[in-house]
Design a protein around this ligand. Structure first.
Ligand SMILES: [Zn+2]
Length: 652
């Protein structure tokens, strides 16, 4: 079978209407990590997985006591809100659950019947002109909850009202953003619109009182992880590929991530149905494992408890779907195929991008020569913002990709509703994942295996050629401090070496597939190698810009933490000054500095010194990294005991 035929068959078999119905059903539940809502959503997913024809469907439950550890990850705490209201002088202003997202996660309850609260402006508290004790603090200036919550709780405030979207342009009507307090907080917080915030501020000026009434479900909930399996068609070779989509986030959470959960259910239905029609079932093949749980903690619990105890094999290949189906015109971001980390040789980006190109086109160009689509996709370097980061990390070390969409202007807000889900876009995301899995399972078919090998060789060549000066999009000019910039022309030779090894790693990885003939790959490897050499001759010669890097020839840095990287836990182990430094960097550039930090952690391998690991992080994230970021981050890891530089450093 040709890969194109497989993609078309899966595309035609995928039922987008059923997937949209799943999105609507999941959006009914407020899916805090360990709550009655996520338990109900888990039960729904398990029922649908059984109906889809998947086997070994189970809802695993883990204690949500905030104490259990899976490597450096800590179990969440049970928290189920029942209702919450905020009124001023008897006029109802905020009402949960009618207004989704209006109550911050982990808000403390009020006594039954509610509580009267004085209203004070945050600016007045800061100026020492108002007393927050027992009051509702109105955040009348743009400030993150993380900055306000600690000091206000310490000062005895009862609650905070805040608008986390105050600086977001083109806000949707009545859109309120996500607020999350620390688990076990003694404070409550309300997420409000600008109009509600002004009303509260005026009421504070007028000396009015607020009434808050917050009721939580006293019953403790567990943390659920739903697992299901699609056995190999025919003899099972004992290996597993894994599909994951996080089940958590407050209601509605349509694109993030009811759409990913629904995509996986749809993939299960499609692959289970196709399996019946499979031609040759005599060859051993890989099984497929489906995992739906709260983001990060659910996956890490699965890896630690289920894989770690030998109840399931460690996945060798994994696809995570997070935000499968935004209406791209209204939400603002394309389909993103995110590569796994560069140190794991992988054919998955090659396969996924090839499948994306093979999806049936909506139309053709005027002459018919070129297939045309109004939708688009981008391949991006590893950033690690969702569960694929855990599956690619120690101990699983799987080849991974992440499928999703970015940006999304409704993300993490009350506006993430099912009417912003485009079932056709959801279907495209799901079909890319399903076709990748099906192609790997059926790679005993030599025709299909040949297509997989060709796709990988072509991708590897493109990956190298992208370094050519004429193919590269230059970075914006930068002034001032020293920066490791992979896209700077002066660093092209370094970037070529890095990309060349990634390209050869992809070709080596595809050799592991059953039907792939190693004889096909030998000349391909030689060809890619010569392509790297020829490309090198086209690059401008590296210019010596200054004295030798003073950080060269430092001792290697060793990884001292177990299990997958966990930036939050690292921050927790850092000293207060280092933690503050990191939080400021993340506040400046959430996505970029998260990806840089994760790449620096990943680069620590006991062999690279600081200069080498900083370069590796820049080259693999494809982000410029300043020395004023890399060096303090390495110091932070050392001081937190997460890394050891040389034999002496890192001692407390
Ligand atoms: Zn998500």
């Amino acid at each position: 079978m040709k890969l194109a035929e497989l993609v078309t068959a899966i595309y035609e078999a995928f039922d987008a209407d059923l997937a949209l119905a799943d999105v609507h059903a999941i959006c009914e539940h407020d899916r805090y990590q360990a709550s009655a809502g996520i338990m109900a959503a888990a039960a729904y997913v398990a029922d649908q997985a059984r109906a889809a024809g998947l086997s070994d469907v189970a809802v695993l439950t883990f204690p949500a006591d905030g104490a259990r550890r899976w490597w450096t990850y800590r179990a969440p705490q049970s928290w189920t809100p029942v209702k919450a209201t905020l009124s001023v002088d008897g006029t109802l202003l905020v009402s949960y659950p009618d207004q989704p997202y209006s109550l911050a996660a982990y808000s403390a309850p009020t006594p039954p019947g509610g509580r009267s609260l004085a209203l004070v402006r945050y600016s007045a508290v800061r100026a020492g002109a108002a007393d927050p004790r027992g009051a509702l603090v109105v955040a009348d200036e743009p400030v993150p909850l993380g900055v306000v919550a600690g000091p206000m709780a310490a000062a005895g405030a009862a609650a905070v009202a805040l608008d986390p979207l105050s600086e977001v342009p083109h806000r949707l009507p009545d859109q309120v953003g996500r607020l999350e307090l620390a688990a076990g907080s003694e404070l409550a917080a309300f997420s409000v619109t600008q109009a509600q915030l002004s009303q509260l501020a005026s009421a504070a000026d007028a000396g009015a009182m607020a009434q808050a009434d917050i009721e939580l479900d006293p019953a403790a909930s567990a943390m659920p992880v739903v697992t299901a399996r699609l056995p190999a068609s025919g003899p099972d070779d004992g290996t597993e590929v894994l599909l994951s989509a996080h089940l958590c986030h407050p209601r509605p959470g349509a694109n993030d991530n009811a759409s990913g959960v629904a995509a996986l259910l749809g993939i299960g239905r499609t692959l289970a149905a196709l399996r019946q029609a499979s031609v040759d079932v005599s060859r051993p093949a890989t099984g497929v494992c489906f995992v739906w749980g709260p983001e990060f903690v659910g996956t890490v619990a699965y890896l630690h408890e289920v894989v770690g105890s030998g109840q399931a094999p460690a996945p060798w290949l994994a696809i995570n779907i997070d935000m499968a189906g935004p209406d791209v015109a209204r939400c603002g971001g394309p389909l993103v195929i995110e590569r796994g980390p560069d140190d794991i040789g992988s054919f998955l980006p090659a396969l996924a991008t090839r499948v994306a190109a093979l999806l049936p086109p909506a139309s053709r160009s005027y002459s018919g020569a070129v297939p045309c689509d109004p939708w688009t996709w981008r391949e991006t370097p590893f950033a690690g913002g969702s569960d694929h980061a855990l599956l690619a990390d120690q101990p699983a070390g799987a080849q991974v990709i992440g499928l999703g969409h970015w940006p999304d202007r409704a993300n993490h807000s009350s506006a993430d509703t099912p009417d912003l889900v485009d079932p056709e876009e959801l279907k495209r995301t799901a079909v890319i994942a399903a076709a990748c899995v099906a192609a790997v399972r059926d790679s005993g078919d030599r025709e299909l295996a040949a297509d997989l090998a060709e796709a990988t060789i072509g991708w590897a060549a493109q990956h190298v050629l992208a370094v050519l000066p004429g193919a590269r999009v230059p970075s914006p000019p930068r002034v001032g401090e020293p920066v490791l910039d992979p896209l700077d022309e002066l660093n092209a030779a370094r970037w070529l070496r890095h990309r060349g090894s990634v390209a050869l790693g992809a070709v080596a990885a595809v050799a592991a597939l059953r039907g792939v003939d190693p004889g096909w790959l030998r000349p391909a490897r030689d060809w890619i190698t010569s392509l790297i050499e020829i490309t090198a001759t086209r690059l401008p010669p590296p210019v010596q810009t200054g004295p030798r890097d003073p950080r060269a020839d430092q001792p290697p840095v060793t990884r001292c933490w177990e299990g997958p990287s966990n930036l939050r836990a690292l921050a927790g182990d850092a000293c207060p000054a280092d933690r503050e430094w990191l939080n400021e960097r993340l506040a400046q550039d959430r996505g970029g500095n998260y990806a840089r930090a994760l790449a620096l952690m990943r680069a620590v391998n006991g062999k690279r010194d600081r200069a080498e690991l900083s370069w590796w992080a820049a080259l693999s994230s494809e982000l410029p990294i300043t020395l004023s970021f890399a060096d303090p981050f390495c110091d932070l890891m050392d001081r937190a005991g997460w890394a050891r530089t040389g034999s002496q450093a890192g001692q407390p």
